[in-house]
Design a protein around this ligand. Structure first.
Ligand code: MG
Length: 424
């Protein structure tokens, strides 16, 4: 059996742990730069505020009743780590899928004990971290995901629901579910199912797996087996390494300051390199782009990109940041107000299959090991103490590029100077 454990309204739940006044109130968490609503409490959903709504588009009458917070990723990341640590006390098989979702394996546990084990785990997560979770149990990941929705939707399940693959209730749920909403069915692929007469998840389950494989893909064939209750999707397949890595963001306000642009590009390049190392890839080239605001017809427009080749495939932040900086110098023009800058790492290859340089002597080997240790330390510090703790080059306070985060709660669990204060 497999469980999908998912934190309910995770970002909002983290905020409520430390600020109980937010309980029962409509709360939304905003994206970087306080742009759009990226997480919502039940209460704000009930007011009709949709996922991804730009904050400034929420009608004033609704806006006044809500609390909108800047995102506090240092807090969410640390709370996620704590929740996962509780899971590990209940089963050794924990695969983290996203910041608020993990798949738990229960090989060797008696199936009839699993619901009560998951109830105990849920109670412990709530006691130790304050975060509410829902657990879906089934024999495959796709069905566990479906069971999780059931656990969330139907209060009678008290947060833990089991779906056996051949039950009436499973059939009923699959018949109600459009195939496009099924986990793992990407939009483009789903479009190829419709001409085959497959509209619901149940249609897909009943389809001939070989035909599905021929007419769509191996991944889709696996989903057919998953819907029938066979566990056959290795998690890595659902999060394949990206072929290119893009990091970009709009400035808080338009800027023509080369310093602002340099800092943005440096930061994007560092973030990209970090993502690159996380997925065990190397990049061979760096693309840098800048652009003005295309909707400001009153301003002169400039939008351009440049590709800088790296001397060899690398994941070294220093080389990537340096290449990106050179690209920016080539692009930047005086007299334009820039709105956005970004960096794309391109032509990625697998780190493991990197061709070792045949001409490299033992000295280079030692250098490579030192570099790997340096990068690993950089990543560890930034992961544990918050993004930007250690960066390449100096970051200036108050530059246009800096994130707007007017309403961020304190980083209660990761900063000594922001610990919560208890008054008796
Ligand atoms: Mg969640």
């Amino acid at each position: 059996m497999i469980a999908l454990a998912d934190c309910n309204n995770f970002y909002v739940a983290c905020e409520r742990v430390f600020n109980p006044r937010l309980r029962g109130r409509p709360v939304g968490v905003l994206s970087n730069n306080d742009g759009c609503v990226v997480a919502r409490s039940q209460e704000i959903k009930a007011l009709g505020v949709g996922m991804g709504t730009p904050a400034h588009e929420i009608p004033p009458l609704v806006r006044r009743r809500c609390t909108l917070l800047s995102s506090n990723y240092a807090l969410y990341g640390d709370m996620s780590r704590r929740v996962t640590a509780v899971y590990r006390q209940h089963t050794p098989h924990v695969e983290v899928y996203s910041i608020d979702e993990s798949f738990l394996g229960w090989h060797g546990f008696a199936p009839e004990t699993l619901e009560s084990r998951c109830q105990a785990m849920r109670a412990q997560v709530s006691r130790d971290t304050g975060i509410p979770i829902s657990v879906g149990l089934s024999t495959s990941k796709v069905l566990a995901k479906l069971a999780n929705h059931l656990a969330k939707r139907e209060p009678a399940h008290e947060g833990v629901a089991t779906l056996s693959p051949d039950s009436q209730i499973t059939r009923h749920l699959l018949e109600q579910l459009p195939v496009t909403e099924l986990w793992g069915v990407a939009g483009r692929m789903a479009l190829r199912l419709l001409p085959l007469g497959i509209e619901t998840a149940w249609d897909l389950r009943c389809a001939d797996p070989k035909r599905i494989r021929r007419q769509t893909s191996v991944v889709m064939e696996r989903i057919v087996w998953e819907l029938r209750g066979q566990d056959c999707i290795p998690l890595d397949d659902m999060s394949q390494p990206k072929k290119q890595i893009m990091t970009s963001r709009s400035f808080g306000h338009l800027t023509n300051d080369l310093g602002d642009l340099r800092e943005a590009v440096r930061t994007h390049a560092s973030r990209g390199a970090e993502k690159l190392r996380r997925q065990q890839s190397l990049a061979r080239a760096v693309l840098v782009f800048v652009r003005t605001n295309p909707f400001r017809n009153d301003l002169r427009q400039h939008s351009e990109s440049v590709i800088v080749a790296l001397p060899k495939a690398t994941d070294d932040s220093r080389l990537i940041v340096h290449a990106a900086a050179r690209g920016l110098e080539a692009l930047h023009r005086q007299g334009f107000l820039y709105q956005k800058a970004g960096v794309m790492l391109m032509d990625l290859c697998d780190r493991a299959s990197e061709q070792l340089d045949l001409m490299a002597g033992p000295e280079d080997d030692a250098q490579r090991q030192r570099r790997d240790r340096l990068m690993a330390t950089l990543d560890k510090l930034n992961r544990e103490h918050g993004r930007g703790t250690v960066s390449i080059g100096l970051s200036r306070a108050g530059s246009a590029w800096h994130l707007r985060c007017a309403n961020r709660s304190p980083r209660y669990t990761t900063r000594w100077d922001e610990l919560p204060v208890v008054r008796l």
